[in-house]
Every structure is written in C-alpha cells, then in structure tokens.
Design a protein around this ligand. Structure first.
Ligand SMILES: Nc1ncnc2c1ncn2[C@@H]1O[C@H](COP(=O)(O)OP(=O)(O)O)[C@@H](O)[C@H]1O
Ligand SMILES: [Mg+2]
Length: 270
C-alpha cells in the first residue's frame, strides 16, 4: 500500500494556529569603529536586524566585512561604538559592562569556531563539562548531563580521548556539545565548517539543523554559499552593513540564488 494515509489527511485539515514569532535578539543602528593610530576602521555601519527563536540565520560576507565583529557585539565580547541591543524584547546595553558581560555570556551564548578551540590537555568529557563546572553545577549532575550529550552527538566512545586524537568532524562535535551543554538560548557559529572536508561539513550542518529544529536559535557565519543553504534565512554583509537578505526555500534554487546575490555583493554592485 502506498500513498494514502487517512490520519495524515485528517491532520492536514486541522487549522494550524498562527504562532507569534518570539524575538530573541534585535539590533538597532549598531556601529563599531576601531580607532587605530593613523586611521579608523568602520567595522559595523548602522546595522539593524532581528533574530527569532528557533531560526537558523546565516550571516554571509567576504573576509573583513564585519561578521566576526557582529558576533563579538552579540556575545558582549566587545562593545559597540553606538547602537542598541535588545534581548528577548528588552533593551540590554547593560551587558556591555563587566561583570554583566561575563554572566550574560555564560548564561546565554554557546560559541563554536572554525578552529574548534578545545582545551588540548583535557579529554572529551572534561572539555564538554567545562561550562557546567564554571556554572557551579554539582558534579553528579555534570556527569549525567555530559554522558547524555555525548551519546546524543555520537561521541561517547571518544570520551577519554584528547582533542589531538580526534578527526576534525569529531572535534567539532565535541565543540558543539560544549557549546550546548549549559542550554544557552543563542548558539553562535563562526565558520564552523571552515576546517572540514565536504562530507564532514554536511554531517556537522545536519547536526546543527537537528539542534535548531528542537527550538535552538543559531547564527551561522560563513562565506560559503553552500553552507548558507542550510539556514532559514541569509543576511548578506558587505563593508560593515547588511545589504541584502534571502529566505531559503529548502529547494535546489537556493544555492544558485545565494551565489548570485553573493557575487553581486562581492563585486560591490549592491
Ligand atoms: N580589534 C580590531 N582592531 C582593529 N580593527 C579590527 C579589529 N577587529 C576587526 N577589525 C577590522 O574590522 C573589519 C571587520 O573585521 P571582521 O569582523 O573580523 O571581519 P570578518 O569576520 O567578516 O572577516 C576588518 O577591516 C578588520 O581588519
Ligand atoms: Mg571572521
């Protein structure tokens, strides 16, 4: 029997409630000027954007366009020159002062990087446990949470290994586990597949999509149009500003559409 599923037909007739999008992050008029001896760099120029709960948004732009600077503002690693950040609908510029900045990061942000940034002297389970230990979680609970996370991400068998004994894909899984273990509402990924081969890139992106589908909000920085096809939405960055956007349709056209926009933007034609 193929094709007909009466239950499915019934479910399709139930009206889907229009759920209101919950705002996780809003940036208004954000600029960042780096003052150097001889000159100034306008790394962000009047950036506006809103990110909703459960979205994966790709931030795409050429090298030097301001992508990492934006992540540094969102994670309060650095302070904007002007502009406002809203978190969960509330003005939150207080996060740019210590000790608020560190606490904000600890409670709200998970970070993954191209170069993994694992601690080389700690084994897999201790790397993953680190954010919980910093949050004073009791050790019995730490073990339970870390074991569960390692099982979910398929790295349990490597729990006693050091990072240099792992492949790139395994290292990134450990980094994702560490970023997610304290359940931060926002996951920031700066070129997370930049050091991986094509197949491993797919595995890691699929894993991020799974995590996102459970309600996690993810910002994914990339200069690779293929990587950007995994997001719901693409924001194109050029010279410190958001100059265009694209809503992925999860179809074959996405890659061509993103590539076309990105080419125009890189040539300065947008
Ligand atoms: N700490 C800093 N001091 C001075 N200039 C910086 C600093 N960080 C970034 N920049 C400059 O800001 C611009 C944007 O950099 P960045 O955000 O790292 O770009 P991307 O991540 O898109 O490659 C670049 O011109 C870069 O040289
Ligand atoms: Mg960067």
């Amino acid at each position: 029997m193929t094709g007909f599923n009466p239950l499915k037909k019934m479910i399709n007739k139930i009206p889907v409630p229009q759920t209101k999008l919950t705002e996780v992050l809003r940036i208004e008029g954000m600029s960042k000027i780096f003052k150097q001896k001889a000159h100034e760099v306008n790394a962000l120029k009047n950036v506006h954007c809103t990110i909703y709960q459960g979205e994966m948004v790709a931030i795409m732009g050429t090298s030097g366009s301001g992508k990492s600077t934006l992540l540094n503002m969102i994670s309060a690693i650095d302070e904007p020159t002007s502009g406002t950040i809203f978190l969960f609908g509330e003005e939150a510029n207080a996060i740019y002062k210590e000790p608020k900045a560190s606490n904000f990061r600890k409670e709200n942000i998970g970070f993954i990087f191209q170069a993994f940034h694992l601690l080389k002297d700690l084994n897999v389970e201790d790397n993953i446990a680190l954010p919980l230990i910093l949050n004073d979680v009791p050790s019995k609970e730490v073990k339970e949470l870390v074991d569960e996370m390692m099982r979910e991400l398929g790295i349990y068998n490597w729990r006693k290994h050091r990072p240099n004994e792992l492949s790139g894909g395994q290292k990134q899984r450990v980094a994702i586990a560490r970023a997610m273990i304290a359940k931060p509402p926002i996951l920031l990924a700066d070129e997370p597949t930049g050091a991986l081969d094509v197949n491993t890139t797919d595995d890691i992106l699929k894993l991020l999509v799974e995590i996102q589908q459970r309600g996690q909000t993810i910002l994914l920085v990339t200069h690779d149009p293929y990587v950007a096809t995994y997001a719901n939405r693409v924001l194109f960055f050029h010279d410190g500003a958001i100059v265009d956007s694209y809503q992925n349709e999860q179809s074959k056209q996405d890659l061509d559409a993103i590539l076309a926009k990105f080419k125009l933007i890189s040539r300065g034609e947008r």
